[in-house]
Write a protein that binds this ligand. Structure first.
Ligand code: AKB
Length: 315
């Protein structure tokens, strides 16, 4: 029987992935963990433990005691917050991954999941249809930590056979949690402001294109990758993954089709430079070929779904 430990379960991705894993494996097979005790309320359907991922002794003893077979390591400092606290971001993002890879090797875990990001790309990367294999000179500390993390994942797979799998997520947009310190998070916040009847103050220029994905697609991609047979997973650094590309002006126009009086203002800040260093669009043909990836949502379908569901969602 699988026993799954989710680290960072209270975050943007974790809040929704934990539920999907509990639906797949049963609530008794899933332990959600997060730094914040306050996250506990979200997890009525599975067990919750407060855990600081930097406490590797406690992590190790939890894995041993609970006979954990899979770890989903979702805790990270994202791009914008990382630029404010670079050493903190590097230490948390790297040390946590290394301790989990070591634990996976030591306890012979079945699988590990660790998310990478489009932040591994930098200003010297081809911007349009960015290929899987190309120059990667990330400009943010978050991107540097993700790039190094990808190399460590591939290393642990090649050297020790640890079955670690990873996706380079684009900006993820969900309505079940609030923005989490990323550059793409304007595209989460904008829906909250539109529904609250407020003018949206955008920290990026109106024509800044970025690759994005609606959360149900991100959950589907993650489960499909993790459920794929070991031999099908040919890339052990991290897979390029894509769904849609849009600018702030385009998401604004998409929302305005439903909320006519909605207004936006543009006041770009330090996050503009981060966005400028990332791709406009991503070539995800390896994910499509190797394990059958295909997204379901485009911009207008996502907008419709969020505007229908967010007003009734209880945080
Ligand atoms: C961020 O903006 O930092 C993240 C990411 C693209 O990985 N959403």
């Amino acid at each position: 029987m699988e026993k799954i430990l989710i680290i960072g379960a209270g975050g943007q991705l974790g809040s929704e992935l934990t539920k999907a894993l509990a639906d797949q494996f049963g609530g008794d097979s899933v332990i959600a963990t997060d730094l914040q005790e306050s996250s506990q309320a979200k997890f009525g359907y599975c067990r919750f433990e407060a855990l600081d991922v930097m406490d590797s002794d406690r992590l190790r003893s939890l894995v041993k005691k609970e006979k954990i077979t899979q770890i989903y390591h979702l805790a990270a400092v994202l791009s914008a917050v990382g630029e404010k606290k670079p050493l903190f971001a590097w230490n948390l993002n790297m040390e946590s991954l290394l301790s989990i890879l070591e634990i996976a090797r030591e306890y012979k875990l079945d699988k590990v999941y660790w998310p990478s990001s489009i932040a591994v790309f930098g200003s010297n990367t081809p911007k349009v249809n960015t290929p899987q294999y190309c120059v990667k000179e990330p400009n943010t500390i978050y991107g540097i930590s993700k790039q190094a993390g990808e190399r460590w994942c591939e290393y642990y797979f090649n050297k020790y056979g640890v079955d670690v799998r990873s996706l380079r997520y684009p900006g993820l947009i969900g309505y079940k949690s609030l923005p989490g310190g990323g550059t793409t998070d304007y595209a989460v916040d904008i829906y909250h402001k539109a529904l609250a009847g407020e003018t949206f103050d955008c920290f990026l220029e109106k024509d800044t294109l970025l690759p994005m994905m609606y959360m149900p697609d991100a959950i589907k991609a993650t489960l499909d990758l993790m459920n794929a047979p070991r031999e099908a997973v040919k890339i052990r650094s991290s897979y390029n993954l894509a769904a849609m590309t849009f600018s702030p002006e385009e998401i604004y126009e998409s929302i305005k089709k439903h909320i006519r009086g909605f207004e936006i203002e543009y006041h770009p800040d330090f996050r503009q430079e981060i966005a400028n260093s990332w791709p406009d669009s991503i070539d995800d043909s390896h994910a499509r070929q190797d394990w059958g990836w295909k997204p379901d949502f485009d911009l207008d379908a996502m907008t419709k779904d969020i505007l229908e569901n967010l007003p009734n969602y209880k945080f």
